[in-house]
Design a protein around this ligand. Structure first.
Ligand SMILES: [Zn+2]
Length: 302
């Protein structure tokens, strides 16, 4: 193990402090087999991030932006319960400049935990979305709506879910949806041209073949890969099945931290380091698409 560490550290990555900041958690976290590949070293777009109320005190804005910088995260989708967390990030001009992190603000549908299971039929949620859209943030207009959850597929047909999809389509807002494959179809039935980031790409274990079927059917669907079951094997490397999916559909996936609890914030560096390991198992150009370009393109970042 030491030999591998030494050879990596004295190889072509030597001298780059930023890369070393990525490598240390990778080397600490990953089994030996995963250390034999060269981790992806380019920028990451964290397309699924929450800065919820519970995180604010233990993880102040300066700290979280510093953690992102250390992990090589150069842009984030920010969506927080309540939306104050997103605004706090958007308003921290000096820290943003220092960290170099770009903020893409999303409207969260949740004022509190009760809203998770009722938003799709609650007209006051729709009103909140309209108010937030009108107000915007210090980082500019909101660019999307979500993450929202639908624990039952048929709730995608709730009246507020339908209106929100149609609003997103009309206003060119990206949707971040934690839903199953049946709900993806229902959401697109409401708004066929909407752009949807599919949070976790089917956390309930939707088969990879079904994921591919939906990607082919809905050209504006992008899969976000946090918590995706079956993605990696015990060594932290890609499973053969998912490696093939990425090679066949390199433009259709992105990464996210999903910092839904403070435990995820505590593991932020490790989560990104884990991504860098399996991305290193792909051709560099494809790794860069999944880590950065696909999400950057969605929001018009260079
Ligand atoms: Zn989430």
């Amino acid at each position: 193990m030491e030999t591998v560490r030494t050879s990596i550290l004295t190889g072509q990555l030597k001298g780059c402090r930023t890369i070393l900041a990525f490598l240390v958690p990778i080397l600490m976290a990953c089994p030996v087999a995963a250390q034999n590949i060269r981790p992806y070293s380019g920028p990451i777009f964290d397309a699924h991030l929450h800065y919820n109320v519970e995180a604010v005190q233990p993880y102040p804005v300066t700290k979280v932006l510093g953690m992102m910088k250390d992990a090589g995260v150069a842009a984030i989708v920010a969506n927080s319960r309540p939306n104050d967390g997103t605004k706090a990030l958007a308003e921290s001009k000096n820290e943003l400049t220092k960290s170099g992190v770009q903020i893409i603000p999303f409207i969260r549908l949740y004022r509190n935990r009760d809203d998770y299971t009722n938003w799709f039929r609650d007209p006051t949620i729709y009103q909140m979305v309209e108010n937030e859209l009108a107000a915007g943030t210090a980082a500019g207009a909101y660019r999307g709506i979500g993450e929202f959850h639908l624990y039952e597929s048929q709730d995608a047909n709730g009246p507020v879910a339908k209106k929100i999809m149609q609003l997103a389509e009309a206003r060119n807002l990206v949707i971040l949806a934690h839903v199953d494959d049946a709900a993806i179809e229902m959401l697109y039935a409401h708004a066929p041209k909407a752009r949807i980031i599919w949070a976790h790409t089917g956390i309930s274990g939707v088969p990879a073949s079904r994921v591919v079927e939906l990607l082919v059917k809905y050209p504006t669907l992008i899969g976000e890969l946090s918590y995706r079951p079956g993605l990696t094997d015990g060594d932290g490397l890609l499973s053969p099945e998912w490696k093939q999916v990425f090679l066949s559909h390199p433009d259709r996936f992105c990464l996210g931290s999903d910092t839904w609890t403070n435990g995820r914030w505590a593991a932020y560096g490790e989560i990104m380091a884990g991504y860098r390991v399996w991305l290193g198992d792909l051709p560099t150009a494809i790794a860069r698409k999944i880590a950065w370009e696909n999400a950057a393109r969605l929001f018009g970042l260079p």
